[in-house]
Design a protein. Structure first.
Length: 519
């Protein structure tokens, strides 16, 4: 079997060009998850929608992606990686054009759901195909390059989206996918290698049903947490039903002959450890991408474009580190890189817990750059090492399951940490309100503030109102920052847990594979 796989590696022509085609599709899918976020306020106005309904532009995409990713392994085995990749690219490109011409909220939501049906397949497909195109002795460097899509696309999304919304039109955030998608599709049709695949396996109906309904329900519940809270009827029943269905899914898939999802890949120690650690890393990365733009825009008053430009140096630093970490992985393995990278992440995240109203922008940006460098150093080596121990036969299933666990981890992690941050924010605001109430020592300073405002030219009758507004804004800012700092502290603890797990990230199989690469 190993000789057959080696023969397949030797037969594949122009692997670099095939890699470029795959990266085009994966980059579009990853970019789309963050570029749309910036345009939500604009879409709310132009599509005449309220905040509750406009969120379905994001939620609909997340839910459908969460449904198709778990079954992408079976779909790849059933229809072939090349054919499915072309289908996914076509659907994603066509629906991106439709999103660009959307005329109301309902049409936008429908087109986004269609877009997710293609976009959700692209990342697990791309991951599996790259591992099948390149032999183990080249995967370190290659996955370092491929990792650029995972690290830089979410970071560059706000910059690109902010520019389009501020200086052009929001429709460009969707139209930009069309020419790239058309070119990638044409190249894929004529160049992409057609891997062997099975065509006779019947669909596992029960597994498909439990997977579709279970992942939909649990993601639906999690994505409603920020709006309704964990105790809402829109949240805990959906999460409970989803969890029950997923338990039934696992029980079913472990006993039938041809399951739609092969949970047996988790029998491999290194792969399981890889998924756990990289899921924690993804939570850490996404909480930073989520919180810092809020801080920059809500507290410092940055525009969307300014926020994107602030985050861009960190994305560029990641793009430099990814290929370097890939080369180092081939020489020294994943564990040393994981330990060094996660140590950097833990230290920089810890220092982010001390952000206050006096922290300079340069300090925050420097910490964020080094934090992204650490994430880039650890992420792809740990993921690659886990996938390297998977056989070519199970590669599609392993890629699908790994991506599924990471996506659910990100959604659940963000929901829990956002709720915690909101509660801490409210608690701090309540405490600060009590400290500046009437008859407190701080309240006696109000006349001094009014006097300074008068000196600055504020009209006499507006002095007290302006002073009170300044105090209110200060209290709100302090509350937000306090909650954000607490979340960064929890993220630090999670990173330390991942760091400890990385100490045990090794196996005889991985060591043998790495030794064979160096011979």
């Amino acid at each position: 079997m190993q000789n057959i796989h080696q023969y397949e590696f030797q037969r594949i022509k122009a692997p670099g060009l095939q890699m470029a085609i795959i990266m085009m599709g994966a980059f579009m899918a990853m970019l789309d998850t963050s570029v749309v976020n910036v345009a939500i306020p604009k879409l709310e106005v132009v599509l005449n929608a309220n905040t509750d309904r406009i969120q379905w532009v994001l939620t609909g995409y997340i839910l459908v992606s969460g449904v198709v990713i778990p079954i992408s392994g079976w779909l790849t085995d059933r229809f072939g990686a090349k054919r499915l990749f072309i289908y996914a690219l076509t659907i994603f490109t066509f629906s991106s054009a439709l999103c660009g011409i959307a005329w109301n909220l309902d049409s936008m939501i429908i087109f986004r759901i269609l877009q997710a049906a293609g976009g959700g397949l692209l990342m697990p497909l791309a991951n599996a195909m790259v591992f099948r195109i390149f032999p183990p002795n080249r995967r370190g460097t290659i996955m370092g390059i491929f990792g650029l899509t995972m690290m830089t696309a979410p970071a560059l999304g706000p910059t690109l989206g902010g520019y389009f919304v501020q200086y052009a039109t929001w429709r460009l955030i969707f139209y930009i996918n069309v020419p790239i998608g058309v070119i990638a599709t044409i190249l894929a049709i004529f160049i992409l290698y057609d891997f062997p695949y099975k065509t006779k396996e019947k669909l596992d109906i029960w597994g498909f049903a439990f997977s579709t309904l279970g992942f939909f329900a649990i993601l639906f519940g999690i994505n409603n947490v920020s709006q309704y809270g964990w105790g809402s009827l829109w949240v805990y029943p959906a999460v409970g039903i989803g969890a029950a269905l997923l338990i039934m899914l696992v029980a079913t898939e472990l006993i039938i002959e041809n399951p739609v999802i092969q949970f047996t890949v988790f029998k491999d120690y290194l792969f399981t450890m890889s998924v756990i650690i990289t899921s924690i890393i993804q939570i850490a990365m996404n909480i930073g991408i989520f919180l810092l733009p809020l801080y920059l825009q809500n507290i410092l008053g940055y525009t969307a474009l300014q926020t994107g430009l602030f985050l861009t140096p960190a994305a560029l630093a990641s793009s430099v580190m990814m290929p370097i970490s890939g080369r180092l992985f081939t020489k020294i393995g994943a564990r040393p890189l994981g330990l060094i990278g996660l140590t950097i992440v833990a230290v920089t995240t810890y220092y982010l817990t001390f952000i206050d109203l006096n922290t300079t922008n340069a300090t925050i940006q420097t910490l964020y750059i080094f934090r992204m460098l650490g994430l880039s150093m650890a992420m792809m080596p740990l993921m690659t090492a886990g996938m390297n121990v998977i056989s070519a036969k199970m590669m599609n299933q392993a890629s699908a399951l790994g991506n599924t666990v990471r996506q659910i981890s990100i959604s659940l992690g963000l929901a829990i940490l956002t709720t915690y941050m909101t509660n801490q924010d409210k608690s701090q605001v309540f405490y600060l309100d009590s400290q500046v109430a009437v008859n407190t020592p701080q309240w006696s300073l109000l006349p001094q503030l009014e006097s300074k405002l008068h000196w600055l030219g504020v009209p006499i009758r507006s002095e007290q109102t302006t002073a009170l507004m300044q105090i209110y804004n200060w209290v709100q800012a302090r509350g937000f920052i306090s909650g954000m700092d607490d979340v960064f502290m929890i993220t630090t603890i999670l990173t330390v847990i991942a760091l400890v797990l990385t100490i045990f990230f090794s196996s005889a199989k991985e060591h043998a594979l790495r030794q064979s690469k160096q011979q």
